[in-house]
Write a protein that binds this ligand. Structure first.
Ligand SMILES: Cc1cc2nc3c(=O)[nH]c(=O)nc-3n(C[C@H](O)[C@H](O)[C@H](O)COP(=O)(O)O)c2cc1C
Length: 192
């Protein structure tokens, strides 16, 4: 008898989860870690990432990092993130992510490029910390404004430009740089 064809692993997911509205948190001492190649394809996910995102390792490794992208995230944040790391700089950003079961979770991400001995970027690394509730509220309010500007603008390119204008307007109004804003919101639990 021919042996049965191998069954696809039940854990391998192909569809995008629908946001359930449930919020997931993790401990302030924990760090969600992932590494990617230069294009943002995940090459490593730590146990905290697997637990909080509710994905198996096989669901994440080899997938583009937008696998955990939440539809409420403004595009401009990712545009800024990629602009910074492709220029060889680090970047800090608040990110709302979507878990496999539809729950969402906020992270304060520190993303850095990884260089080889010749100074060429060979990948990226992200360490993510817990976000205090008050920070979550403030960032969610700002991101809702940016997302509304992007949605009103239509297509991807126009949306990023509109998000950028909305972010710039916010920063000019507040009289701060992007980095100043990020650190002003961080909260005592994370800053120390
Ligand atoms: C190291 C690294 C970590 C990233 N982490 C996340 C993340 O946690 N959540 C997320 O939505 N995007 C993350 N991104 C950005 C994604 O690659 C992608 O730009 C973003 O999800 C927007 O996807 P889209 O362009 O398909 O809309 C990360 C990128 C890198 C390089």
């Amino acid at each position: 008898m021919p042996s049965p064809a191998p069954q696809p692993q039940a854990s391998r997911r192909t569809h995008r989860p629908t946001p359930s509205g449930a919020e997931r948190s993790f401990d302030p001492e924990e760090i969600i870690v992932s590494k990617t190649d230069v294009r943002g394809v995940i090459t490593y996910a730590n146990d905290v990432f697997l637990r909080v995102s509710a994905y198996d390792e096989a669901d994440l490794v080899g997938k583009p990092h937008n696998v955990v992208r939440h539809p409420s995230m403004p595009r401009v944040v990712f545009a800024l993130l990629w602009e910074r790391i492709q220029a060889g700089s680090e970047v800090f950003a608040y990110v709302l992510n979507l878990a496999a079961d539809g729950a969402h979770y906020w992270v304060f991400a520190h993303i850095t490029p990884t260089f080889d001995a010749h100074g060429t970027i060979i990948g990226h690394h992200s360490n993510r910390r817990w976000v205090p509730p008050e920070t979550r509220r403030q960032v969610a309010t700002l991101y809702a404004t940016l997302l509304a500007a992007e949605r009103a603008a239509g297509g991807t390119h126009a949306a990023v430009a509109a998000g950028q204008r909305a972010l710039d307007a916010y920063l000019v109004d507040a009289g701060v740089s992007y980095d100043d804003l990020v650190w002003s919101l961080v909260g005592d639990d994370v800053a120390h």
